[in-house]
Design a protein around this ligand. Sequence first.
Ligand SMILES: Cc1cc2nc3c(=O)[nH]c(=O)nc-3n(C[C@H](O)[C@H](O)[C@H](O)COP(=O)(O)O)c2cc1C
Length: 359
Amino acid sequence: MTALFEPYTLRELTIPNRVWMPPMCQYSAAPEGPETGVPTDWHFAHYAARATGGTGLIIVEATAVSAQGRISPYDLGIWNDAQVEAFRRITRFLTAQGTVPAIQLAHAGRKASTDRPWKGGAPVGPDAHGWDSVAPSPLAFDDRHPAPAELTVDQIEDVVEQFAAAARRALAAGFEVAEIHGAHGYLINEFLSPHSNHRTDAYGGSYENRTRFALEVVDAVREVWPDDKPLFFRVSATDWLEDGGWTADDTVRFAADLRAHGIDLLDVSTGGNASGVRIPTGPGYQVPFAARVKNETALPVAAVGLITDVEQAEKILANGEADAVLLGRELLRNPSWARHAARELGGEVRVPDQYHRSV
Ligand SMILES: Cc1cc2nc3c(=O)[nH]c(=O)nc-3n(C[C@H](O)[C@H](O)[C@H](O)COP(=O)(O)O)c2cc1C
């Protein structure tokens, strides 16, 4: 038995293996009109290929809970019924392949309204389908970004509601797992970190106040997300700042709070909330943050970040550093990574009948 191909049960859901795909924006939806935020043929082909490749669970890219919460005008959204209908085609196919369909629910906060990365990723205005961004405090992310408007308490409550409505729609669209995007400097992360949250009301200042919005979102989503289905949270475990940022110690404390509020697994990433920081990347560079949460709290974790090699991935699980591994760019290169890994390790993975001659 290999660790990578051992099924994993969370609540009432059994995931066939531990090779998972993290959310990766495709910036491929229409930027305006009735098709705004609606998954396209590109999304179907992209997710279908990773499913036929044996991936155990696929987290569909950051999907905005409102038009204002998109990272770019080309992001997926889940605030209307046309979007739900189009997602159904994807979840149906993934489910038929034995892959668990998951979705990341997101609000981009002060990093919203940017161009597609391959077009430079700069903030865009109304002449390029852009809009004004919002955040806990009116602090621009960097020199390129305009300052966001500070959210009022009423508007904060609206966003909490939008996350709950998005979760309801994700369920109707056939997703088995929802992941709340609390990482990479987007809205929830902006509230968590003292670097981006300078509020003086109940949503800023102390650890309790800075985590309030995140936990309100978790509570609202958990309320509508069925008890038998798992709920994930993606965190940036550190801002990578020397001072004045969110730290790995904060993450450990927060993980325990998330567990108490009904989160079933922490997807442990880092960074994205402070510009100009040096991040010491290298193979598996974020794994120690996941391992710390796993060892110091009772919350299951998934590790992500430059996990590319079969032996490396197997070891992370065998050493007890994580409960699952997420392979991002490696799955873009090789959609059938799970099948290759199963072959190498002697693990079992579902192969589509149509491909039986390739086993
Ligand atoms: C094209 C691309 C799009 C991404 N979009 C998202 C996203 O929608 N949500 C998110 O949390 N992370 C996103 N990420 C980060 C990945 O989920 C992952 O954490 C990161 O790529 C590191 O893993 P890797 O080294 O295996 O690629 C994206 C990464 C890439 C390469």
